[in-house]
Design a protein around this ligand. Sequence first.
Ligand SMILES: *Cc1c(COP(=O)(O)O)cnc(C)c1O
Length: 230
Amino acid sequence: MILENIEVVRENIKAACERSNRNVEDVTLIAVSKTKPYTDIEEALKSGIRDYGENKVQELSEKYEILPKDIKWHMIGHLQRNKVKYLPNKAYLIHSVDSIRLANQIEKEFAKAGDVAKILIEVNVAGEESKFGVKVDEVLPLIEEISKLEHVLVMGLMTIAPYTDNPESNRTYFRQLKQLSVDIESKNIDNISMTVLSMGMTGDYQVAIEEGATHVRVGTGIFGERNYNI
Ligand SMILES: *Cc1c(COP(=O)(O)O)cnc(C)c1O
């Protein structure tokens, strides 16, 4: 089932790229494997997908140990400062940085390990109370602070759009995140690039691609529903 699902997702990505005149090579599919057994990832690896997303540091670390070392592990979930020490030399990209305190902790632990962290700033574009992420007008000041850190490299922005049955209703948030990345890019801040735009999940990744996503995070659409009760 997993390989068939990946085929469908890839077809959808291709169609969204065609609709928006984008190259399919410019969109990376991250398979969100959280809560799923490593055998599911072994299955997905047969499709050639090398990017996997996890939202818990411990689960990411365990899967890192078991699975092939050329996998790019994306830390997409809320990150507690006391867990950062497990990420150097394991996490390929941290999508969920939303405070200077967290960035400082990443600086400290990655410096200690002789690694440089690639990170995204998580933006709460829709301003939902329940969500992590910084408000749109707080992103630039945060990035200016982080640009001083030697072991933290800002690669772009990430957002989790509201849960909805109608992906069109999230288009406005994806567009706002893209615009924000263009605005920040134009400021040419040291150490800061805006090449990554991580947005779009199973319900809305096609709309996100039409609005400029470079990385989409698809879980359910590849591995099926998650069961949190096991
Ligand atoms: C779980 C998760 C996803 C994947 O969600 P699906 O709806 O299953 O595709 C994407 N991004 C983040 C941050 C997640 O936590």
